[in-house]
Design a protein around this ligand. Sequence first.
Ligand SMILES: NC(=O)c1ccc[n+]([C@@H]2O[C@H](COP(=O)([O-])OP(=O)(O)OC[C@H]3O[C@@H](n4cnc5c(N)ncnc54)[C@H](OP(=O)(O)O)[C@@H]3O)[C@@H](O)[C@H]2O)c1
Length: 314
Amino acid sequence: MENMKAVRVHNYGGPEVLRFEDAPRPTPGSGELLIRVHAASVNPIDWKVRAGYMKDYIPLPLPFILGWDVSGVVEAVGSGVTKFKNGDEVYARPDVTAHGYGAYAEYVVAKETETALKPKSIDHVHAAAIPVGAVTAWRALFDAAGLREGQKVLIHGAAGGVGSFAVQLAKWKGAHVIGTASTRNQTFLRELGVDEPINYEKMRFEDVVHDVDVVFDPIGGDTQKRSWKTLKKGGILVSIVGPPSEDEAAKHGVRSAFLSAQGGSSLLAELATLVDAGKVKPIVETVLPLSEARHAHELNETGHARGKIVLKVA
Ligand SMILES: NC(=O)c1ccc[n+]([C@@H]2O[C@H](COP(=O)([O-])OP(=O)(O)OC[C@H]3O[C@@H](n4cnc5c(N)ncnc54)[C@H](OP(=O)(O)O)[C@@H]3O)[C@@H](O)[C@H]2O)c1
């Protein structure tokens, strides 16, 4: 079996358990592609899994390789693959749980059904920033909340990996966007397209936000609790961090949903079209070499990254 460079987790723990080392190169099975990874992006799920917080929900065989976001070039295709060929530039949201092989590596295997041609107008670093963030924002706003033109949406964590896509997708749909972030991100929120930026360090959002149709919640806790009263009757709070209280929703006469976002090649293809049309732009604040995955995790774990942190592999 051929080897590759990868960042592996042999035991759960802090960023120091991420080991940059040689690992066996995966081979594509039926319906799968082998992708030569050019870039992989970092998501909070990565450090949550690394730390062992998700052991009961995402059982992975040790050692495993993290990384749910990849952009790269097709190196080989398994049997039954019809949509892609060697040399295609693709991006994907590989199912790490299937093999324990994620994108923090020189090669990753992804299913044909979770892959699309990457946007042509951007490089691999920016394409790798898209899948988890944009797919999650899309599923939450459009599939779960049914956000429509002219509606008002409160987007928490608007400067983050998912929030920065949520803002742009909501604006593309024609919604009025209220977004929360700290002082350092207020100008950035305007640049992203937020109509009403709210500085959560200077004011309580629930004092100034009323009658929204949709709350998008990637924060949870106290932020979620204080969000109920900002909704109009019949509105909806969609959380991506945990199931919201049904009692609270009923008490406020609103609906709620929790979403664990799944990808899919057709949505990735649609997102690529939006990116190439200039409607949505992935925000990458930090690019690090694969060998510095530990530092990437330290930065992501602060909970204050702007846009995405990307590992450049090739
Ligand atoms: N269910 C799913 O399918 C799914 C998918 C993707 C992500 N998630 C989860 O969703 C969460 C967010 O993911 P992400 O990738 O967007 O994370 P992220 O990029 O690490 O989020 C960081 C952002 O959160 C903002 N923030 C922190 N505290 C805030 C507060 N009190 N109010 C408003 N904004 C605040 C920060 O802005 P400031 O620096 O300005 O504070 C920063 O821009 C994570 O817990 C992740 O695991 C779930």
